[in-house]
Design a protein around this ligand. Sequence first.
Ligand SMILES: [Mg+2]
Length: 452
Amino acid sequence: MEDSTEKEQPKEEGTLTDDDKKLLDKTTENTSEESKEAPTPASSETNPETSSDGATAKTKSNDGTTEEGQQSPLPVADDGDPKSKETLSSDQGQPPIDSKIKFKACMLLAGVGDALGYKNGAYEFCRNGPAINREVDEELGGVKNIKVNTKNWMVSDDTVMHIATAEALVSKWADDEALYTTLATKYIKCMKDMSGRAPGNTCRAATSMLRPHIRKGYVIPFNSRGGGCGAAMRAVPIGLLYNRPDQLNDLVAISIESGRMTHNHPTGYLGALAVALFVSYAYQGKPLKEWGVGLLQTLEVAWKYIEDSGNDVKDNQDHWSYFKESWEKYVDIRGIRDGKSDPVFPTPFGPQERDRFYSSISFSGWGGSSGHDAPMIAYDALLGCGNSWKELCSRAMFHGGDSDSTGIIAAACWGAMRGFEDVPECNYKNLEYRDRLEKLSKQLLEKYTSKD
Ligand SMILES: [Mg+2]
């Protein structure tokens, strides 16, 4: 929806203005409702490319290529849990990271990324990344000293819906219809746990339309304004459960259907697809520089699914191109269209420059608030952070855009890729809903291994 806060451009770097202080002090109650609604792009006449063999997995298998952000020997962080027998190597020269740790880190760090980017609403709705970074470094002692807890760093709507997705996936369901019905039921139910968590209007309105007690009651009308990031922010568990290349068709179908239960617009639900795909890539150890082109190739599979499913095909076609073209532009900017070249970043590329860049790739100036740019900013942060959790947080959680949604995506990918490497225990030790997230990680792994 048209909302004035979305059109506001990030402020220039400098000292905290009065407005910034108000934003940093603001509680969530007054800020939540209007701000998630990134308006969707105007339709384009450009038709998506269709694929004659769209059901075939388009992802490349890991070829062992080293990648700057993934190449250091990884001291596998084990936070005390006994390791399961299954281990999966990232195949990039690192020691294999136990699958149980990767599942656990992915689910937990998702909540951490959300909580850090949210800061009880103060950071999500602050447009000044340099000011946030200064507060973290100079007043809070750096991210290494941030004790994430329910009182000061509660999780936001992103984690609540992330949990809802995971709960549906680990429940017993016999077919797709049963799974989608359960997802709809969970999304409705989780709306009761949104006090102080800044849920988006699109999710609230859409969940009120879901009718899981009737057949196909999880289908809502096409929404030409449904391009926000609310579908993307909750798709992590889908990529974790369907993380193998041969599971791509399931990943595509479930991410699209779960996404369009609230965001029935390509820019919205393709964000869910991008996040699920990136989490699967992270788990596989796929080199980061291949992710962008992998997503673009997977869009062909997604379009085939949309055509075959038969829902709102013409509307989807009319609105398809914005997501695709935005990603084509992005991979060109970073010089990674070939999936082989190392990414190119400008110098300098500090908090101020990043705010400007994130704003420039957004729909309306609020970087990360749409389905296309929430995974894009998270990906950009992963590409640029090297081996540093601190740098990842600075880029993905502490910026002037929709920082909790970019945070949950980036941190989940970090966990799926690296476990708890370089993450201080205080960041997750007292995380709200830690027990639920840990339990779900175990149930997801159990379901994943039982499917083999
Ligand atoms: Mg949120």
